[in-house]
Ligand binder design. Sequence first.
Ligand code: SF4
Ligand code: FES
Length: 367
Amino acid sequence: MPDGSRPVPPPIAMLAELTHRCPLSCPYCSNPVDLARREAELTAGQWADVFGQAAALGVLQVHLSGGEPASRRDLEEIVAAAREAGLYANLITSGVGLTPERIAALVAAGMDHVQLSVQGTRAETADRVGGYRGGFARKMAVAEAIAAAGVALTLNAVMHRHNLDELPEIFDLAERLGARRVEVACVQFQGWALENRAVLQPTRDQVEKAKRLVAEARAARQGRLVIDFVPPDYYADLPKACMGGWGSTGLNVAPDGTVLPCHAAQTIPGMVFANVREVPLAEIWYRGPAFAAFRGTDWMPEPCRSCDRREVDFGGCRCQALAVLGDASAPDPVCRRTPGRARLDQLLANEGNAPGLEAARWRRIGG
Ligand code: SF4
Ligand code: FES
């Protein structure tokens, strides 16, 4: 059903990628392989202008992310600007680079919530995955400082073949650190993670076991810990509405000011992206060609076009269709109602004899 006549809703959330710099080098990182350098980053003043435009557009929450946002020495100024614009400021951090003094300064600047990532619960493996010796111990100290500062904390872990069996320990850790919510999301294969797909892909048995553990933990920890679990796409039968539907609820601003409909959109060949240094954010959202490209249902091929789920998942993830099928305008290959699914099944079969973690490509600026 064509939907060209419908008004475009305003965005609710913005992901502000303040920098691609990061002391860690996780192979599951969703940042692009071609990482932005420090010289290209927006200044704090430019971010303040972006936040003001975002709030005027209807954005309510800003997720301050990276790379590692604490790599920016002016993070406190940026948080204050988000608060000044009236946005709910959520800091997504590895914790490395934060100190009790910096946390206090961020709280004073208006930081509302912290999402702290861990690579696992065992220091040795977590440090190995993050490529940073001593990182796990520093995160634990940072978590204590966040709790002491009274800021709401969510613990966040990207799950993959080498840590999925640690799920119960991750829930224990979240409770021990005073988090009220834990987000355990299986790795999405974009950016550096796509480079490492064969190394990171969990097995079907691991995924089934993880689903059972999550169901048990939700029942046992009800009222103490909220558990958000995102199972891996490749083992699902139907896709998710990536970004809640392209150009419908959120937008990303890359470190250099490029405005993206999703974090991996720059992988799509031929797509032209505007920069907020040159074009107003409202113009980009409502009339930018990149946002219009896959918005709604008009762009859809069959079988999505006549499918009863077309306004449930909006054809799934464009970047996943590109990564697996080489065509961003194809239905998400996760979908069992489409011919592309055979390719995904083939990939899973090929990745049965997966290489160990030592074969991973750890992320770094400059490739
Ligand atoms: Fe979603 Fe398209 Fe599959 Fe229908 S056919 S479930 S719209 S991906
Ligand atoms: Fe780009 Fe899903 S990551 S549409």
